[in-house]
Each structure stands twice: as C-alpha cells, then as structure tokens.
Design a protein around this ligand. Structure first.
Ligand code: IPM
Ligand code: MG
Length: 352
C-alpha cells in the first residue's frame, strides 16, 4: 500500500511524525512517502498545494494530511489554496466520517457516555470553493452586500446518505438526519428526500430526523441519543467539533475523508500555530484518523490485516488514554507529543 503523508503547518510536523512512527510500528509493509503542503509548499512552489502534489495524492492508495493554517494564507490568486478543500473536491472525497466517543477515564464536560459518528457531506453545501464550476460560491454585488450560495445536489445527498446507512448497518446503529428544512425548504428539502429514499433500503435501522439547532441542544443534553448523524457539509463541520469537544476534546477526534476510490486521513482540529514546536500537541486525532484509513484500505483492497492493524492502533490509544500517566497535557496528563507517541508504540508492540 502506497501511503502519502502531506505535511502542513503549525503542529503538523509533530503529529505527522508521530502518526508516521505509529504506522511504521504496525508491522505492515507500507510504502510511505512525504510531500509538503501549506506554507512550505508556497515557499518552494508558489502555491500551497501544487498540481504535482495533487497528482501524487491521486496515485497513492491512501493519504494522511497534516493540519494546515489556511486562514493565514494569501488569497487564492497568490497561491493560497486550502489544501484540504482542494483534495476533498478533486479526489471526490464526498464522505467525511467523524466518530466521537467518550473514554471512561478521560474527563469530559457532559455526564453521559456516548459513541456517535458524524457522516458529513464533503464536496458541496456552503463551502464556497466547492459550489461553482467556475468562480466561487461567494459573490459581492455591491460593497455592502455579500452573498453565499449553498449547493445541494441529489447525487451528493444520496451518496452521503448511503455512506451513513452502510456505516450504521455495520453495528445496527440508529441514523439521524440533521437538517434545517423548516427554513431551507428547497435545498434541505431535497437533502431530506434523498436521505429518505436511501433509508427505505435500510428499513431495519432506527431512523429519525431533527433540526440542526435542536440537534446541537440534544447533543449537549443527551448525546447518547445519536448513533450516526447524516448531514450537509457546514452543519457536519460544526456538529462534529461539538461532539468531539463533548467527548473529551478535539485532540481525540479522528476523521476520514472518503470517496469510492480515494481516502484521506485528517485530524479534525486545526494547525494550532500557538503551540507548534513545543512538543505538547496531542497526536491522537491524526493517529486515529490513520487507523480509520487502514480500515478503509482493508475493505477496499480486501486486506484484513490492515483492519486488524487499525484495531490494534485504536486499542493501544484507548489503553494509553485510560491513565493520566500516559496522556498528553491537554487531557490532564504530563506527556509531551514524543513521549506519548513512544508510549503508544510500546503499548502496540506489547499487545502483539
Ligand atoms: C474541518 C475544517 C475545515 C472545514 C476548514 C479547515 C476549511 O474545519 O475539516 O472540519 O471546514 O472543512
Ligand atoms: Mg471543522
């Protein structure tokens, strides 16, 4: 399996290196290569993600993308593209799968324990870089008026719905469709219609529909009511951060961008430039994202050993999270990025 690591900005060096070390320790024969995206790519290629890098990503079996500081990039015309948006769109990574689960020993701001997955549409919605064939989905007809266009297609809605129901069917989870169809009657109406069509093929699974604002409130009050949440891009972006934070922190949140032919592991959080280079970033989110990538590769290429390695990584992380002594400082522990990574690797090896 050819795995391409795309190293970005801020804490990317540290968590990409940690994730690479964990994959290397998994006794898989992976062909791993690295490319830069973000500020370093802008320096040497004049663009934050070059066409060559996109092509390499297309050729790889799986991609691991480090966090990027795209909010600080120059305008698109000066090379400041958002690498994550470009890859999601160009490789048609239409489903962003974001699990959020609590760990008994990790402090969290809610009483209930929960285990939910946000299945977020990833190629359209309110994302201005994804809505237009030419141009962007944000326009400014006058200096006092800005408009943003939201794109919802039948195909986009139907395929994220299918991804969500298939995921839910694996272990009989309930599916909840999150929308704002009371206001966005046409666009979320269309989304709901497509989700309901797919739902009819999975009639044994429990299913409900809920407005996005109510979903946020329910998530805080009883997050255990959710199994898989299927929703449009922006709602999924926001709710997945909420769910992860409630589970104990964004640093725990794995995330996989997947399509029919490509998949890209990517932490849910940003590049945290304020703590970059201080050996205190928690690499768990990217490590768990890489484990999800192994799962996806296993199913795609019928290689059970990849899923087994993914499970071993998840188990090793779970074990490390169970004690303060083997956690990073964001979770009340004392370990830095490097020491934590060593402990995860040791735990992984001991379990073998
Ligand atoms: C995410 C991020 C991105 C998004 C940003 C970096 C554009 O928040 O992956 O959730 O909104 O999709
Ligand atoms: Mg986000």
């Amino acid at each position: 399996m050819r795995i391409l690591f795309l190293n970005g900005d801020g804490i990317s060096d540290e968590i990409v290196s940690a994730t690479h070390r964990v994959l290397e320790a998994s006794s898989l024969s992976l062909d791993i290569t690295f490319e830069d995206v973000g500020f370093r790519a802008l320096d040497h290629d004049g663009i934050t993600i070059s066409d060559e890098t996109i092509e390499r990503a297309r050729q790889a079996d799986g991609i691991v993308l480090g966090p990027v500081s795209h909010m600080d990039y120059p305008p698109t015309a000066e090379g400041g593209l958002n690498p994550s948006g470009v890859l999601r769109k160009k490789l048609d990574l239409y489903a962003n799968i974001r699990p959020a689960k609590t760990y008994d020993a990790v402090p969290r701001p809610v009483a209930s324990s929960f285990d939910l997955i946000v299945a977020r549409e990833n190629t359209e919605g309110f994302y201005a870089d994804r809505t237009m064939h030419v141009g962007t989905g944000e326009i400014m007809p006058t200096e006092d008026l800005a408009l943003a266009i939201r794109k919802v297609t039948r195909k986009g809605s139907s395929r994220i719905a299918r991804a969500a129901f298939e995921l839910a069917a694996r272990d009989g989870r309930k599916v909840t469709c999150v929308h704002k169809g009371n206001v966005l009657r046409v666009s979320d109406g269309l989304f709901l219609e497509e989700v309901r069509k797919v739902r009819s093929e999975f009639s044994t699974l429990e299913f409900d529909e809920i407005l996005v604002d109510a979903a946020a409130a329910h998530m805080v009050r009883h997050p255990d009511r959710f199994g898989v949440i299927v929703t449009t891009n922006m709602f999924g972006d926001i709710l997945s951060d909420l769910a992860s934070e409630l589970s104990g922190g964004l640093g725990l949140a794995g995330s996989l961008n997947q399509g029919d032919n490509h998949a890209m592991a990517q932490a849910q959080h940003g590049s945290a430039p304020d703590i970059a280079g201080q050996d205190c970033a928690n690499p768990t989110s990217l490590i768990l994202s890489a484990a999800m990538l192994l799962d996806w590769l296993s199913a795609r290429y019928s290689k059970p050993e990849l899923a087994q390695a993914g499970t071993r990584i998840k188990n090793a992380v779970t074990q490390c999270l169970s004690s303060e002594a083997t956690r990073t400082s964001d979770l009340g522990g004392a370990l830095g990025t490097k020491d934590y990574t060593e402990v995860v690797i040791r735990t992984l090896r001991e379990a073998n």
